[in-house]
Design a protein around this ligand. Structure first.
Ligand code: ZN
Length: 432
């Protein structure tokens, strides 16, 4: 059964080819006409007046917690949160229980994701059980469509294992090895960024060097092997500098940054609120500046949420006992528009590139992020850039509530999301 024909009317299209005012006609899930003043007779009309119409957002870094921690999130609830946030595709991280390290587990996640209100693709573990020792069957997983390999949550500590994973990935078209760059030995026992605030608060810290030593090593391995490396949740000025220099000499590296590392600093931990605990940790204002500069100059390719739901039972504990991670899918776009685009740190087009077409390219999602043109699958997001709203943790679609942005006033919100032509979000409401 095909969704009915519809017309997205009155918006301004912004995609990788530029901006233009036009309506979009969608039939059988595909864009069939893009022109101003389309006749909408007989079609369902989605009002895009005052809005920008863009390719659906793509999140490279989503923790859906299924299988293993369905109390915190499920594929269904996470995909609904994603659709509400404007995403039409998310890459599900493999640090589930069991880990996504073999074809059976990955296959079951893909099967459950197939009916979700957002495309769900799986990243798979680099090593069996994410233990950092023996490579997962990367070829078999690639056959299932996996392109992103990562032990995220854990850093692959063994340089020999990382080298072999990179060498192996070269034989797999489109594959990329993604690293949670935190040296476990340096970060051990730390709960926030190591610096002035950690000493003042008496909370043991995780030094910036825990990130940069791993990035520096992995860049050398990418050089040695010629493989693609993706740096997950880049958080430090030094990390930005290393990635920038590597790109200049042609290393095949991409990097992502989270909204929270772009808008929060370690000073937030002074509240001792576990909502601000995350790995890698929130860092200093000079790190935030470097991350913003790296995003603006293209050193950082993508904004990824690292959406990390934790049920209140596990997260609402003293800072040093709480697990790291925060929600991201439903607040990412609003934060980027409010804190980066509106003040002029980033153009709207650059923000959308980092939220949609560049992450789509990194994950090899050919159907997502492409220009809004005839013949394209209608994965679209309609954004009202002037909609003012306040983040309410209790109103989120996620099963969890661990957002550090509760009560924050944002400007810019998703009005509609279309997944292959199906309006899965209409006027800010999830349709299923
Ligand atoms: Zn991570």
């Amino acid at each position: 059964m095909h969704p009915p024909a519809l017309v997205v009317r009155g918006g301004e299209i912004v995609d990788a080819t530029g901006a233009r005012r036009a309506d979009v006609r969608v039939v059988d899930g595909e864009v069939v006409e893009v022109a101003a003043g389309l006749d909408a007779a007989g079609a369902r009309v989605l009002d895009a007046g005052g809005c920008v119409v863009v390719p659906g957002l793509v999140d490279l870094h989503t923790h859906l917690r299924e299988p293993g921690d369905e109390l915190a999130e499920t594929i269904e609830s996470g995909a609904r949160a994603a659709a509400l946030g404007g995403y039409t595709a998310v890459v599900a991280m493999p640090n589930t229980e069991p880990a996504l390290d073999d074809a059976t587990v990955v296959g079951s996640v893909l099967a459950r994701g197939a009916h979700a209100p957002c495309d769900v693709v799986a990243a798979a573990a680099i090593t069996k059980g994410r233990r950092g020792e023996e490579l997962a069957p990367m070829g078999e997983l690639h056959d299932l469509g996996v392109r992103v390999f990562t032990d995220d949550g854990f850093c692959v500590a063994d340089a020999g294992v990382m080298r072999r994973a990179m060498e192996y990935s070269r034989a797999l078209p489109g594959a990329v090895v993604a690293q949670h760059a935190e040296d476990a030995a340096l970060a051990r026992g730390g709960h926030m960024h190591e610096g002035e605030w950690s000493s003042r608060l008496g909370i043991p810290g995780r030094p910036e060097a825990a990130e940069s030593v791993v990035i520096a090593r992995d860049l050398e391995l990418a050089k040695l092997t010629g493989a693609r490396l993706h740096v997950l949740h880049l958080s430090s000025a030094e990390g930005v500098r290393l990635v920038r220099e590597a790109k200049e000499v042609g290393v095949r590296v991409t990097a992502e940054v989270t909204p929270h590392h772009l808008v929060l600093t370690d000073a937030a931990c002074a509240s001792y609120d576990p909502a601000f605990k995350v790995h890698p940790p929130l860092r200093t204002s000079s790190d935030v500046e470097a991350l913003r500069a790296g995003l603006a100059d293209g050193t950082i390719d993508a904004i990824a949420t690292d959406h990390a739901p934790h049920s209140p039972e596990t997260k609402d504990r003293p800072f040093e006992e709480a697990p790291p991670g925060m929600l991201g899918l439903e607040t990412a776009l609003g934060l980027v528009l409010t804190e980066l685009v509106e003040p002029g740190h980033l153009t709207l087009a650059d923000a959308l590139a980092a939220l949609s077409w560049r992450p789509a390219a990194i994950a090899g999602l050919d159907d997502h992020g492409g220009p809004v043109g005839v013949g394209a699958l209608a994965h679209l997001c309609v954004i009202d850039p002037s909609a003012a709203w306040e983040v309410d943790a209790s109103a989120l679609a996620s099963r969890s509530r661990n957002t550090p942005f509760h009560g924050r006033k944002l400007t810019g919100r998703v009005r509609h999301t279309l997944l292959a032509g199906e309006p899965v979000v209409v006027d800010g409401e999830a349709q299923r």
